[in-house]
Design a protein around this ligand. Structure first.
Ligand SMILES: [Zn+2]
Length: 343
């Protein structure tokens, strides 16, 4: 299928909320990992989201160019070309973009979509995240509201973050400042009040409930999904059932299945997945290098084995393993067989 259009993406999110499942949003940094996600989703008969972080995008542009915007465009163009060969819908999203890099990342990508629309072409991305969680809430929303207005004009969905996700992507350590890791109902109400002024717009909210980026053994992360429940109840009291947020779960690696399902039950429709698929990608490469070291290396004056060191040999294994991990993510999120695509 072609990359989901706005109406399809909205329908995907509505359906997830209605049926009680969530979409995996998987970070990719190369053609190989993008292909792995497409394959995993297709084999799961599930729609899903491919996303690119600022660092992943810069990487994709090559170490000499190092342009976040160009790298993201390159991956998006590839997905636009390939997605039509898979019998599921995929949406394209950009991950965490802090205020200081908006002009280098999200804004040029929104401009690219604006140019494409003027030419009668489909949007480049479906949604973008602005991460103002490092700022006081008022400043966060002062940037988010006009950005949402602009996104809405081009049928783009905006994801924002209220509260701070701990772990490797910021300076907050999981043990250090636990109170900041939980979004309050008051924060969620304030965000809704401001964002709802952009009539008819669609947005996603990453609220934090003890989630952390990076690797933690199961049970180590002290998640409190009830934070989401309390926030949603406050929103419903203030704005009615339609006022409940479409939530995003960041930093979910190492969470138990029960915690994931609880979060979905409280309105999570998108779960970001990076660490677990990174490991799945690298695991068979490590295996290949260890088992066939005398083929990938030129040992003792030997010539090695071309088949063993041809990068396609091990990247193919990586693609398959990552695709399997995507399938597991879909299963964990109760999404298997939920694609909107009907042949
Ligand atoms: Zn995140």
């Amino acid at each position: 299928m072609p990359v989901a259009d706005y109406q399809t993406y909205c329908k995907m999110l509505d359906r997830a909320r209605e049926k009680g499942f969530a979409y995996p949003a998987i970070n990719v940094t190369s053609l190989v990992s993008a292909n792995a996600v497409l394959r995993g989703l297709a084999e799961s008969r599930s729609d899903g989201i491919i996303q690119v972080s600022t660092g992943g995008a810069a990487f994709a542009s090559g170490s000499s160019v190092r342009s976040m915007a160009l790298g993201a465009m390159s991956i998006a163009e590839h997905v636009h070309l390939m997605a039509r060969r898979y019998p599921v819908y995929v949406a394209l999203h950009t991950d965490h973009c802090q205020a200081n890099v908006l002009d280098d990342y999200v804004i040029p990508l929104v401009e690219q979509t604006e140019r494409r629309r003027a030419d009668g072409r489909p949007n480049l991305f479906n949604s973008h995240m602005f991460d103002g969680s490092a700022l006081p809430l008022k400043e966060n929303l002062d940037i988010a509201v006009p950005l949402l207005e602009r996104c809405h004009r081009s049928e783009l969905i905006l994801e924002i973050e209220v509260g701070v996700v701990g772990g490797e992507e910021d300076d907050v350590t999981a043990e250090g400042s636990m109170t900041k890791l939980y979004t309050t109902p008051g924060d969620m109400l304030e965000a809704a009040k401001r964002l709802n002024t952009v009539r008819g717009s669609r947005y996603l909210v990453a609220a934090t409930f003890g989630n952390v980026h990076g690797v933690y053994k199961p049970g180590h992360v002290k998640l409190r999904p009830s934070i989401l429940k309390e926030g949603q109840e406050a929103l419903e009291n203030a704005f009615g059932p339609e006022g409940r947020f479409y939530l995003v779960f960041h930093g979910g690696s190492g969470s138990t299945l029960q915690e994931i399902h609880e979060a979905i039950d409280y309105g999570v429709v998108k779960m970001n997945i990076d660490t677990d698929t990174q490991y799945a990608f690298t695991r068979p490469i490590a295996d290949h290098m260890f088992r066939r070291y005398d083929g990938v290396l030129k040992v003792d004056g030997e010539v090695g084995e071309k088949k063993a060191y041809d990068p396609r040999t091990y990247l193919r294994l990586a693609e398959a393993s990552m695709a399997d991990r995507v399938k597991q993510a879909v299963e964990d999120l109760r999404g298997t067989g939920t694609t909107l695509f009907a042949p």
